[in-house]
Design a protein around this ligand. Structure first.
Ligand code: AMP
Ligand code: ZN
Length: 466
């Protein structure tokens, strides 16, 4: 399996620290608002990577943190006249609602920064004791010059970085590139007791500390959006590696942005769509399809057209599922024939191809093309004269390959709730009674709800079209 490692700027063979296991840490959301679909892409990408490792038989420890203390959290709490803790509680709950709907598997652990304050203080203390950090009036800064490899992740050297750096007026650090790992309390801010007085942790130290505490000194994969490579991950490396002398992560992975009009979707630019508002109109399968139909290292320029085309594409895949589900109810023969066994075996080539594509730095774009080839093959070879077993097993192949992508797991039958079924039955009765006006009305009403009926030799079938 090959992974593009931001650290070496190369695709490398994945060699886990412990055979059969993967330890992953992904930077999660700052919980002061609903997440937007730019954030959503990063969550979906790493969820897919995790799912794929699991599909390949790895046991994955997946940690994604919640940043629940920072300037934005404090500002939001002030605006809403409540505590930072309440804001965190609220938006963590909302995060789970949206993430669950997006079929994002729950992490092994979702640590909250504020639950690790004691460990963070210990971490900072050790860095000060070893001479990697210094205190000025209650702030503690990491001294980037002391860490020889500073800049190795982003491929920049300290001199160039320094030339471009500016010191904010409220900062009292020795060197422009130094960064705060502990911040003295400002008026009205939440704070914790520390050897440097009341204060709170800096953002970078939280991830260094939680990754170490939960997963150990060296992890297999550290991930996040592209914007985090510098300075966040660079600073995490400096702090963690200064402390332990070990590599923080063997592989660094960064997913590309979702843009709008070629600008990064972000809360500050106010050019965002929340996952929640998109999910009101589009299914999770559509959103995941959109995010995964391009390679994770290529930017997506988000638009309504893109959503619509993702919707049309996923529908084509679901039509095959719908067809198979109907056939399972309708075909006469139960047992698979010898000829069909041979055909079923021929589908292995799609599985092999899918794995080949995903093994190549999680090329979901090409893996999805394989899914289209598979369904095309099934559509032309499995039909009303096939055995039930073949229909079932073909369906299982589609589901199997959809699972690592978190798509194609729904039954098209589940939508047939009793209300719709009752209407379909009522329409059949009306036709029998030759009440064509009523029959047509029911048909039109269903159509308005996005359900179309088809008369087939096997009876009335229905399909959801949006
Ligand atoms: P935040 O809540 O801003 O701290 O971001 C949470 C995660 O979403 C981080 O891994 C970010 O790198 C990622 N992220 C933020 N904006 C975007 C975007 N427009 N496209 C893709 N990922 C993003
Ligand atoms: Zn982080």
């Amino acid at each position: 399996m090959k992974i593009f490692n931001t650290l070496t700027r190369k695709k490398e063979e994945f060699i886990p620290i412990t055979e059969g296991k993967v330890k992953m840490y992904v930077c999660g959301p700052t919980v002061y608002n609903f997440f937007h679909i730019g954030n959503g892409r990063t969550f979906i990408v790493f969820d897919t990577i995790r799912r794929y490792f699991e599909y390949r038989g790895y046991e994955v420890s997946f940690v994604q943190n919640f940043t629940d203390i920072d300037d934005k959290m404090i500002k939001k709490a002030n605006e809403e006249e409540t505590t930072v803790k309440n804001i965190g509680d609220k938006y963590i709950e909302e995060y789970y609602k949206d993430a669950d709907r997006l079929n994002i598997e729950r992490a092994t652990v979702n640590p909250r920064a504020t639950e690790y304050i004691t460990d963070i203080i210990e971490f900072v203390k050790s860095l000060v004791n070893r001479g990697f950090a210094y205190e000025i009036n209650g702030d503690v800064y990491f001294s980037t010059k002391k860490f020889n490899e500073y800049g190795k992740l982003s491929g920049q050297n300290l001199d160039d970085l320094q030339a471009g750096a500016r010191i904010n007026v409220d900062e009292r650090k020795n060197d422009p590139m130094d960064f705060a790992i502990w911040k003295a309390q400002k008026l009205g801010e939440p704070a914790w007791e520390s050897p440097w007085g009341l204060g709170r942790p800096g953002w970078h130290i939280e991830c260094s500390c939680m990754a170490k505490k939960i997963l150990g000194e060296t992890i297999d994969i550290h991930g996040g959006g592209m914007d985090l490579a510098f300075p966040h991950h660079e600073n995490e490396i400096a702090q963690s590696e200064a402390l332990t002398g070990e590599n923080l992560a063997n592989y660094w992975m960064h997913s590309a942005f979702v843009n709008v009009d070629n600008k990064k979707m972000s809360k500050s630019l106010n050019n965002f769509f929340t996952a929640r508002e998109i999910l009101e109109k589009y299914d999770a399968d559509v959103v995941r399809f959109l995010m995964l139909s391009g390679h994770y290292r290529i930017q997506i320029n988000f638009s309504q057209d893109l959503l619509e085309s993702a919707k049309a594409s996923i529908e084509r895949l679901y039509n095959c599922i719908n067809n198979l589900e109907n056939l399972i109810d309708e075909v006469n023969e139960n047992k698979i024939s010898e000829e069909e066994v041979v055909y079923l075996k021929s589908l292995d080539k799609y599985r092999d191809k899918f794995i080949e594509k995903m093994d190549d730095d999680f090329n979901t774009a090409d893996a999805i093309s394989v899914l289209f080839d598979l369904t095309k093959d099934i559509n032309s070879n499995v039909g009303i004269n096939s055995s039930k077993e073949l229909c079932e097993k073909s369906l299982l192949v589609i589901r199997e390959l959809g699972k690592p992508l978190g798509i194609l797991q729904k039954s098209t039958k589940q939508d047939l709730d009793s209300e719709i079924q009752a209407l379909v039955d009522q329409r059949q009765q009306a036709r029998k009674d030759r009440d064509f006006a009523l029959a047509d009305k029911i048909r039109d009403d269903l159509k308005n709800r996005g359900i179309v009926l088809e008369d087939t030799p096997q009876g009335v079938r229905w399909k959801k079209v949006d």
